[in-house]
Design a protein around this ligand. Structure first.
Ligand SMILES: [Zn+2]
Length: 261
């Protein structure tokens, strides 16, 4: 019965609570003493843009860097677990609960997968596990912040050609285990024609229209999300000739001009 209460969804925080949390964060930033070279540069305001920080190529080891550079970062947990108990269980849950059998009894472990993003070209994913749900979520958020990367968006659909970066510029593919994910550019208004959990990731990345094809064991959400992450990284690693940048209206990372709502 105790575990049942633990897994209940927490209520949405009120505006006051949100403001209090934001104030708490700014205090934490003032008290923060950076340890890495890149952290010192962020503290002294030598680096003020997240793109500059990512292009340095140095490892990102302090989550405060991301907190300062990206104050509006949102986070979401992905459904990687399933409920247990009466009526067969099996309902989707954000925490994956596993157990180890010991002399003292069952020792549960909780794991969760978190996605952070600004809904504008910056995204990160993190997997955290702990003996309780709250620290697992905190670990996942921290790891997601340390794993941020930028993606390229564009309009690669031959049916559209609208010149805004609402979709992806070309077909991308990613694989993890048996899960294979292919994302295709789609015309404006299509929406995200993908698995619900992948759609959460793409929304965080700021992609609005996409078609997809998936192969393999898709019930394993962890592998499915990892395959998606790989596909999104392929957007950046694929080499593009200069004249295609304008043709596919490619935007790298955040949009400079806020032309599109
Ligand atoms: Zn378009």
């Amino acid at each position: 019965m105790k575990q049942r209460n633990q897994r209940r969804e927490r209520p949405k925080e009120t505006k006051e609570q949100g403001e209090a949390r934001a104030a708490e964060r700014t205090i934490a930033e003032i008290a923060w003493v950076p340890k890495t070279e890149i952290g010192k540069k962020v503290k002294t305001k030598e680096i003020t843009e997240i793109e500059d920080m990512l292009s340095t190529g140095s490892p990102l080891l302090e989550q405060e860097i991301v907190d300062i550079l990206m104050p509006g970062l949102e986070n979401d947990l992905l459904m990687i677990g399933q409920s247990k108990g009466k009526f067969g269980g099996g309902q989707g849950r954000v925490f994956r609960q596993t157990q180890k059998k010991t002399k003292e009894g069952n020792k549960p472990n909780f794991a969760t997968l978190c996605v952070v993003g600004n809904k504008d070209g910056i995204i990160g994913l993190g997997y955290g596990k702990a003996k309780e749900t709250v620290p697992a979520r905190e670990k996942a958020i921290r790891k997601a912040k340390l794993n941020v990367f930028k993606i390229k968006r564009g309009c690669g659909s031959w049916q559209c050609g609208c010149g805004t970066a609402h979709s992806i510029p070309f077909k991308v593919y990613g694989k993890c285990g048996s899960c294979q994910v292919t994302l295709f550019p789609a015309p404006k208004g299509t929406g995200l024609v993908v698995d619900r959990e992948i759609a959460k990731v793409l929304t965080m990345a700021g992609i609005k229209d996409v078609w997809s094809k998936t192969l393999g064991q898709q019930k394993s959400k962890i592998n499915l999300i990892k395959a998606t992450e790989e596909a999104l990284k392929a957007l950046t690693t694929t080499k593009i000739m200069d004249h295609h940048n304008a043709k596919l209206s490619i935007v790298d990372g955040r949009k400079q001009k806020k032309t599109e709502a």
